[in-house]
Write a protein that binds this ligand. Structure first.
Ligand code: HEM
Length: 67
């Protein structure tokens, strides 16, 4: 529950989600994520809530396309 809940619910949740979506949409097309060779496939993991096991990735810039 990253934004809290109930009477303490974050007043900026919508703004934060919108800002994060814009930031990701701006940054992600410029990079490619590749799994580290030999890493295990992602599995479901239960630690109180369902989650995913780690997947180590490396980040590679995508060369800009010249207009
Ligand atoms: C990723 C970004 C954000 C996260 C993870 C976050 C998380 C939280 C959490 C967990 C609380 C509850 C704190 C508590 O229980 O005492 C909270 C409260 C609050 N947040 Fe955020 N927040 C974020 C962004 C923002 C933004 C962008 C704004 C305003 C523009 C904002 C305004 C507030 C306010 C005013 C409260 C108090 C709400 C109340 O008690 O009535 N937050 N936030």
């Amino acid at each position: 529950m990253p934004f809290g809940a109930g009477t303490r619910l974050c007043a900026g949740e919508s703004m934060a989600n919108l800002t994060m979506a814009f930031a990701l949409a701006t940054v992600l097309p410029r990079f490619e994520l590749r799994p580290v060779p030999g890493s295990r496939p992602v599995r479901e993991v239960c630690k109180g809530i369902m989650g995913a096991s780690a997947l180590p990735m490396t980040v590679h810039p995508i060369p800009a396309v010249k207009a």
